[in-house]
Write a new protein. Sequence first.
Length: 205
Amino acid sequence: MFSYQRRRMREEQARREGRLPPGQSLTEKFPVLHYGPVPHYPDLSQWDLRVFGLVKEEKRLSWEEFNRLPRVRIVADIHCVTRWSKLDTVWEGVRFRDFIRYAGVEPLPEARFVMIHAEYGYTTNLPLDVLMDDDVLLATHYDGKPLTPEHGYPLRLVVPKRYFWKSAKWVRGIEFMAEDKPGFWEQAGYHNEGDPWKEQRYWED
Ligand SMILES: Nc1nc2c(c(=O)[nH]1)N[C@H]1C(S)=C(S)[C@@H](COP(=O)(O)O)O[C@H]1N2
Ligand SMILES: [Mo]
């Protein structure tokens, strides 16, 4: 069978099983999408992850400290607003909620929203309760291997229940906030919530 026929068959099956959100088609590739350049880290001694805003105590974790946190592996379907979906993607890293717990991050009671900060000023906003879900990961590995530079090495967010622009690559900061605030694509007209099952693509929808 040709690979395009196999893709079509899998797409039909995914649709029947209710795994393809409206307006999405299946890809077997792993497209690379982002705004701006790809950062490179010849060595991670300069890398840190900053936790700030409405927390009891601000923190900076080194790469070594981050890698001492408890790790999990998740299998998830991902959906990009540009209309591709990819099923059964395998990620490893630290659950966001385990990160909070084991890195000793104490959000203040009024902290209900989070801004994720990535390299070169990319940001994306999410409600704290969405990030505390089981399947939300600060991922270091894809498909058993460290992330490639284009896919977010050394650390990216993975939020499978939202369109993939919320899954920031090259994460460097986590800011806790009382009020919601639009991130990079959200300011540019993308939907604030971005639930693929509700087809929340753009605000004007
Ligand atoms: N730092 C950063 N993260 C980003 C982006 C970006 O421009 N910068 N683009 C987002 C978008 S729009 C998508 S669809 C996904 C793509 O992830 P991938 O390249 O691993 O498929 O990354 C998201 N994360
Ligand atoms: Mo995207």
